[in-house]
Design a binder for this molecule. Structure first.
Ligand SMILES: Nc1ncnc2c1ncn2[C@@H]1O[C@H](COP(=O)(O)OP(=O)(O)O)[C@@H](O)[C@H]1O
Ligand SMILES: O=C(OP(=O)(O)O)[C@H](O)COP(=O)(O)O
Ligand SMILES: [Mg+2]
Length: 401
């Protein structure tokens, strides 16, 4: 790697600022799938075993208004991290000011501290000011002033240009290094997809439609087929004039979807049928419908014919990259499409099968199909951006060797 890594930094007695991606599912104040926390442990352990004082930063979810904050505190993550490390983790419930600075001053070599959700900075006095997500120069400078060196191990956030990754790094020239997870992810994705064995099939689903729909345009030049499922599919339905009912649709992306459809020809594969529900609830009334989705119904999973069709496209693939669940897998009645596709990928023993994303990874682990896949990546948007051949700002900002 042409970038500094954690092993290049002085650590003994140093205040080591670390950006990790602890954006994990939390339900009723408890961490669900902790893959992203576990994945950051090697770097954290290396830092503290070598006498560093680890000061961890992460975002959790998206904060647009004051009321979003209580449910998106990182406190439950500090508890899980403490269990995994088998040592105390100091949680600081604020992102700036005396309480944080005092807590850092009180640290000893080998201590671990977790700062509150960096996106608390996105809302100040009830206003959406995006200090973290807009990479406010003062914020990056302030956070950088709290430490001696910086380690970025947040691969899942590397496609973002935010204060806690790019901002801190640019304010610590010559002292910003990559962690082990960052190195491992880049190496693996690079080997698998820079010159992919073909046929190369990408599967795109999930709910971050406006974020990720633009990726498809670039992927059309790289992949042999692109399968679209999950919440991503229905904006394409709308673009084709198929009725979508109350399904997830990003209205201002319908034109983008139309352009992609024009360019894609038969490269793009959409669901034929869907499991539709009369409300966003596991107990909803459901039915399987082909094509049009009537008003009052929403598609929450792909249907059995879609699964068959997708399997047919996947069966000869030699490289598969999957980001985004095929349905609302968190509700058991809408998990089947994701489960079936995951199981099928597990049977492709001659292919390189990569699943990326916080939620997709949680899905394949929860559904018990993760073991049979080649690589589980902590990054969804990040691995897609890498796949597009674009520079990841979080990595670009790390100091060169
Ligand atoms: N048909 C659908 N309607 C609404 N949400 C969906 C649908 N299909 C999948 N989702 C949601 O997409 C979310 C994950 O999307 P995303 O964050 O883009 O994936 P990842 O974290 O794997 O990158 C899940 O919470 C899932 O419930
Ligand atoms: O969960 C994440 O991405 P993913 O859902 O694409 O896997 C990252 O933590 C980035 O989060 P963001 O998309 O809110 O910036
Ligand atoms: Mg996600």
């Amino acid at each position: 790697m042409a970038k500094l890594t954690v092993e290049d930094l002085p650590l003994e007695g140093k205040k080591v600022l670390m950006r990790v991606d602890f954006n994990v599912p939390i339900k009723d104040g408890v961490v669900g799938d902790d893959n992203r926390i576990v994945a950051a442990l090697p770097t954290i352990k290396y830092v503290i075993d070598n006498g560093g004082r680890a000061i961890l930063f992460s975002h959790l979810g998206r904060i647009k208004k004051e009321e979003d904050k209580p449910g998106l505190s990182l406190r439950p993550v500090a508890e899980r991290l403490s269990n995994l490390l088998n040592k105390p983790v100091t949680f600081v419930p604020v992102t700036e000011g005396k309480q944080l600075e005092d807590a850092i001053d009180n640290m000893k070599n080998g201590d671990v501290l977790l700062v509150q959700n960096t996106r608390y900075e996105d809302v100040k006095d009830g206003e959406y000011v995006k200090r973290e997500s807009g990479n406010d120069p003062e914020l990056g400078k302030y956070w950088a002033s709290l430490g001696d060196v910086f380690v970025n191990d947040a691969f899942g956030t590397a496609h973002r240009k935010h204060a806690s990754n790019v901002g801190i790094a640019t304010n610590m020239p010559g002292k910003a290094a990559a962690g082990y997870l960052m190195e491992k992810e880049i190496k693996f994705l690079g080997d698998a997809v820079d010159n992919p064995e073909r046929p190369f099939v990408a599967i795109l689903g999930g709910a971050k439609v406006s974020d990720k729909i633009g990726v498809i345009d670039n992927l059309l030049d790289k992949a042999d087929k692109i399968i679209i499922g999950g919440g991503m599919a229905y904006t394409f339905y709308a673009a084709k004039g198929i009725k979508v009912g109350n399904s997830l649709v990003e209205k201002d992306k319908i034109d983008v979807a139309k352009q992609i459809l024009d360019k894609a020809g038969d490269k793009l594969v959409l669901p034929i049928d869907n499991v539709v529900a009369d409300k966003f609830n596991n107990d909803a009334d459901t039915k399987v419908v082909e094509g049009d989705i009537d008003d009052g119904w929403m598609a929450l999973d792909i249907g059995p014919k879609s699964v068959k069709e997708f399997e047919n496209v996947l069966k000869d693939a030699k490289t598969v990259v999957w980001n985004g669940p095929m349905g609302v897998f968190e509700m058991p009645n809408f998990a089947k499409g994701t489960l079936e596709i995951g199981k099928f990928l597990g049977t492709l023993t001659d292919a390189t099968t990569i699943v990326g994303g916080g939620d997709s990874t949680a899905a394949v682990k929860e559904l018990g199909v993760a073991d049979k896949l080649t690589h589980i990546s902590t990054g969804g948007g990040a691995s897609l951006t890498y796949l597009e051949g674009k520079e990841l700002p979080g990595i670009a900002a790390i100091s060169d060797k």
